[in-house]
Design a protein around this ligand. Structure first.
Ligand SMILES: *[C@@H]1O[C@H](CO)[C@@H](O)[C@H](O)[C@H]1NC(C)=O
Ligand SMILES: *[C@@H]1O[C@H](CO)[C@@H](O)[C@H](O)[C@H]1NC(C)=O
Ligand SMILES: *[C@@H]1O[C@H](CO)[C@@H](O)[C@H](O)[C@H]1NC(C)=O
Ligand SMILES: *[C@@H]1O[C@H](CO)[C@@H](O)[C@H](O)[C@H]1NC(C)=O
Length: 392
């Protein structure tokens, strides 16, 4: 009996070790991570002067639009989760060539990226530079908003033109007109002149954030919040996927960069690079999933949600496995592109996205170039020191 148990145990260990060795570590070549910043306060855009919570003192000490402590904890956990997931692959000792982290040009994404990196790369003993201080500086880049084609489509001169030409089209009018009663009701109760679906979209996020902050919403909102405001917000959201050019601007430039970096890795130009990290907004994640035909149309990716594009080398072929973490489940979900296996060969993967990959800068419009990179400045360094001191 005892011998039998031991044998069963040994067999189990053997099977488990086989599963482990077949898992990501030995076939993984490169990872692209795109994550949404942590919890934040509402921006003025999300508020209206007659709101009982208009005053910035409700959002102290961080201020309008800023990352909150809850948001820092959430972004930090993205870092520790990825450290756990990739520990056998991603060196524990940080090196400047190992990763390329980039943020959008917002305080809340820069702060989120900094704490995420603190979770991903706590200093190994040889990198500790101050005793008892479990943090090291990690440089990241960002591109000024009006030039950031990859993470901030609203900076493209053609973005507004394209959205407005849709909204003023017949189809667009039908779209806006069906919500006129809701618009009137909101206008009456807020004192705002509500003419555009975009205003309702902003207000919807204002209300959700106030609920997260445990502020009690005024009674009149019960008529329209969450529904139909949520549906209106999601429909506005899906507007950004309503024409091929909007798709190209909202996610095409980012995927173009991801594909080009992947090619460089495959060609041997980036021997030490293991991970690209992008910290952006819910639309960055939604757009990439949409272009890859893996998006659920009624979902707005939550704080700390992330997408992983894992480049593997399996059976003499490079290909991607696409994962999405929206916290429905503990582990990220493995998604399957249409007509492709879960391990999808690189060229096939590209062909799924191809129609939405912009050929050049003209889709975005003039004024865009990616030459405006800035390195994280001393103020970010001090900012993260303050963040970390708060955390520990
Ligand atoms: C906002 O709140 C602060 C602190 O309660 C108060 O001093 C200030 O007057 C308020 N501002 C407005 C515009 O109501
Ligand atoms: C970022 O923070 C600075 C102050 O540190 C502020 O002046 C600026 O307006 C903030 N930007 C945003 C988008 O909130
Ligand atoms: C790799 O090749 C083997 C043998 O042909 C096959 O069983 C396996 O499914 C392949 N793996 C993938 C991920 O395609
Ligand atoms: C997440 O859960 C929601 C609610 O159960 C479900 O509607 C949605 O399809 C799930 N999303 C994914 C990506 O599995």
């Amino acid at each position: 009996m005892v011998m039998g148990d031991v044998l069963i145990l040994l067999t189990l260990f053997y099977i488990l070790s086989q599963i482990r060795s077949e898992s990501t570590d030995d076939t993984l070549v490169l990872v692209h991570t795109i994550f949404r910043h942590g919890d934040r306060n509402p921006d003025l855009l999300n508020l209206f002067p007659k709101s009982p919570y208009y005053n910035e003192s409700f959002y102290a000490p961080f201020g309008y639009g800023q990352l909150t402590n809850k948001g820092k904890v959430r972004a930090y956990k993205v870092g520790t989760d990825l450290r756990e997931r990739y520990n056998g692959f991603l060196d524990e000792t940080y090196n400047i060539d190992l990763i390329e982290p980039r943020s959008s040009d917002f305080n809340r994404t820069k702060g989120s990226l900094e704490v995420m990196l603190a979770g991903l790369f706590p200093p190994t003993p040889d990198l500790v530079w101050m005793d008892g201080f479990n943090w090291q500086p990690i440089a990241f880049n960002y591109v000024e908003r009006k030039y950031d084609k990859e993470l901030f489509c609203y900076g493209c001169p053609n973005w507004d033109k394209e959205i407005n030409s849709y909204l003023t089209s017949e189809e667009g009018h039908v779209f806006t007109n069906k919500y006129q009663d809701t618009f009137k009701y909101i206008a009456k109760n807020t004192g705002e002149d509500i003419t555009e679906i975009l205003q309702v979209y902003y207000m919807y996020f204002g209300f959700t954030i106030q609920e997260e902050l445990h502020l009690t919403l005024p009674d009149w909102t019960k008529e329209v919040y969450p529904e139909p405001m949520k549906t209106i917000a999601i429909e506005y959201y899906n507007l950004m996927f309503s024409t091929p050019n909007l798709m190209k601007m909202s996610g095409g430039y980012l995927l173009k960069k991801i594909f080009s970096d992947t090619r460089s890795k495959i060609n041997g130009a980036l021997p030490r690079r293991k991970m690209y990290i992008y910290c952006g907004h819910e639309n960055n994640i939604a757009s990439v999933l949409k272009i890859l035909k893996c998006r659920e149309d009624d979902e707005i990716p939550g704080y700390g949600a992330y997408v992983l594009l894992e480049l593997h080398y399996i059976n003499d072929t490079y290909g991607f496995k696409l994962f999405y973490q929206n916290y429905n489940t503990t582990e990220p979900i493995l998604l399957r592109l249409p007509d492709c296996d879960e391990f999808c060969p690189f060229e096939k993967f590209i062909s799924v996205a191809e129609e939405f990959i912009p050929k050049d800068e003209s889709i975005c419009g003039t004024g865009s170039s990616s030459s405006a990179e800035n390195f994280a400045s001393v103020s970010h360094f001090i900012y993260v020191l303050v963040l970390i001191l708060n955390l520990f």
